[in-house]
Design a protein around this ligand. Structure first.
Ligand SMILES: CC(C)(COP(=O)(O)OP(=O)(O)OC[C@H]1O[C@@H](n2cnc3c(N)ncnc32)[C@H](O)[C@@H]1OP(=O)(O)O)[C@@H](O)C(=O)NCCC(=O)NCCS
Length: 179
């Protein structure tokens, strides 16, 4: 997968998504354990950061605002995922996961900007038709967030041990940032 960074102009800070490296693993563990993240990860998050960073099926990305690491974002090719999390699924999709590391950063628009960069990155591959997300069905805040950036509910789905709501952003629903 591409390892370039895409910048998002506008807003109060300069946002990029950059590939995570093994040097980020301690920070990723810290973020994953933060109360606002752990509460929304589901029963079996099974993140293995070293393996995930090395995996050809996924990009593990770090959002940086003015050079400060603020959040995690995964772009997964679900058809190539070694864990088979999404089951039997088409070749023309991507699936995202996102969280901000610090509670103090929530609700300031940073997640929206990371998400827009991620959608630009996904749809830069011409064969990608749509992007999926799978928040816990009870995570109403995240569902509202995803709907606001262009996702539409597909329906409830049991994934692993969790009751999720799958949402989808089709290429036609994507508004490029131009960043
Ligand atoms: C979901 C998340 C990435 C959104 O990023 P963000 O920067 O907080 O969101 P933005 O400021 O860009 O947009 C605000 C919207 O995000 C949503 N949101 C989700 N969780 C939120 C939180 N804890 N605090 C504030 N807003 C939150 C709301 O829809 C909010 O809109 P509102 O004004 O109608 O309440 C971030 O809140 C987060 O990391 N949440 C905890 C982990 C999580 O739930 N991740 C999703 C797992 S599927």
């Amino acid at each position: 997968m591409a390892d370039d960074t895409r910048a998002s102009p506008g807003g109060d800070s300069f946002m990029i998504l950059r590939p995570a490296t093994p040097a980020d693993i301690a920070m990723l563990h810290r973020w994953e354990s933060a109360a606002h993240v752990a509460a929304n990860l589901g029963a079996d998050p099974s993140w293995d950061w070293a393996a995930d960073i090395a995996s050809p099926a996924r990009e593990i990305l770090i959002g940086e605002a003015d050079g400060r690491p603020i959040g995690f974002l995964e772009i997964l090719d679900p058809a190539r995922d070694e864990t088979g999390y999404w089951g039997d699924i088409g070749e023309d999709l991507r699936a995202l996961d996102i969280w901000l590391g610090e509670a103090a950063d929530l609700g300031r628009g940073l997640g929206t900007r990371m998400m827009r960069l991620a959608l630009d990155r996904c749809f830069a591959t011409p064969t990608v038709a749509a992007v999926l997300v799978d928040p816990l069905a009870r995570n109403a805040d995240a569902i509202r967030f995803y709907e606001r950036v262009g996702f539409r509910p597909v329906g409830p789905r049991r994934l692993g041990e969790d009751d999720c709501l799958v949402l989808r952003c089709d290429r036609d629903d994507w508004v490029p940032t131009g960043g």
